[in-house]
Design a protein around this ligand. Structure first.
Ligand code: UT7
Length: 322
């Protein structure tokens, strides 16, 4: 019998400070109208000096653990998707492990930028399926504000900070169909220069700032999201009509609605948080999922599709019966 991995609990954490589009107007030559029309973003949360990727990740993970009903000693893995770790090393994952009192087991970070959570979830799923782990905390956590050029209006209005987490574990109920049905991961390094940072540890001994050819990334995002959601549905003999929820990466409402259109899904079936959170990179999907679980929209046994695209380019999707 094939081991199925299910989401046993979700959690999230946003920095205290929210920055509105009006606030951004005071910083760069932009308008609330432009930001809303082009992206759907109204505000984003920005980490204060006392907040880090780890502190957000720890809060999100402890809420997910509480929701799962498990205790720290039942967790045997921590995987954090992040592009903005507190330190070059050790990983954010070991910070979480120490803070939550999780016993020795695997703990590491995954770097696939905005697709990071889909990569991390797929990795945890593979560990569980192969019998190497039973309960893994999978986190997407970012402080994108720390790698923004606050004078570049083409990027600084887009991103925000936050963290989301899930506890992924073995579905012990053999009669239940719940679990991850399939994951689909891709990268194409030929496009590595259209979304990147201006520096990094080995090249400049600094983190650098985000540089993006927005229009180019947008074009790829629409096409590649179409292709990967199609692949996920075909792999499971399903159509868009079989889905209860689309929980997409939250970069731009126009990209999200193009994907929903392709799936024939009305926007009421799409979990949309980009307006309140901005683009939180690897944190955006687990943040959105936690919002929709806690407000009662996403329920057990429903069919959920997640998808994302990010720097690399990387992209991917996962289909799960929640
Ligand atoms: O999460 C990782 C993946 N990232 C994405 O998926 C992002 C994909 N890209 C996008 O979402 C969109 O391309 C953006 C939101 C980044 C930009 O929207 P756009 O409709 O593609 O705008 P554009 O880059 O073509 O720029 C249109 C105009 C330009 O002015 P000109 O050259 O037409 O005179 C920009 O200089 O808008 C100008 N502009 C701004 N104006 C006011 C760019 N940024 C701003 C701004 N405020 N913040």
């Amino acid at each position: 019998m094939r081991i199925k991995s299910i989401i046993k609990g979700t959690g999230s954490c946003l920095p205290e400070k929210a920055v509105t589009n009006k606030d951004m107007e005071a910083l760069v030559d932009t308008t609330d109208e432009w930001i809303v029309q082009r992206t759907g973003i109204h505000q984003r949360h920005i980490a204060g000096d006392h907040e880090t990727t780890s502190s957000l990740a720890i809060n999100a993970a402890s809420r997910a653990l509480e929701a799962s009903g498990l205790t720290a000693d039942q967790i045997d893995g921590v995987i954090v998707a992040t592009t903005t770790p507190d330190l070059t090393f050790p990983s954010v994952a070991v910070h979480v492990q120490a803070a939550l009192g999780i016993p020795a087991g695997m703990a590491f970070d995954v770097q696939a930028v905005c697709t990071g959570f889909v990569y991390a979830l797929s990795t945890a799923h593979s560990f569980i399926q192969s019998g190497q782990a039973k309960n893994v905390i999978v986190i997407g956590a970012e402080t994108m504000s720390r790698i923004l050029d606050w004078e570049d209006r083409t990027t600084c209005v887009l991103f925000g900070d936050g963290a989301g987490a899930v506890v992924l574990g073995v579905n012990e109920d053999e009669t239940s169909q719940r679990g991850i049905l399939s994951t689909h991961l891709y990268a194409d390094g030929a496009h590595k220069d259209i979304l990147c940072t201006s520096g990094g540890v080995s090249k400049t001994k600094s983190a650098g700032v985000i540089e993006m050819q927005g229009r180019e990334v947008f074009k790829h995002a629409v096409t590649l999201m179409h292709d990967v959601v199609d692949e996920a549905l075909k792999a499971n003999d399903m159509t868009g009509a079989d889905l209860d929820w689309l929980v997409p990466h939250q970069a731009n409402v126009r990209i999200i609605s193009a994907t929903a259109d392709k799936l024939g899904m009305p926007m009421e079936k799409v979990v949309l948080t980009v307006g309140d959170h901005g683009n939180t990179s690897a944190a955006s999907i687990p943040l959105a999922l936690d919002v929709a679980v806690r407000d009662g929209r996403v329920k057990q046994d429903q069919m959920v599709l997640i998808e994302a695209l990010g720097g690399g380019l990387t992209w991917g999707a996962a289909l799960l019966k929640f």
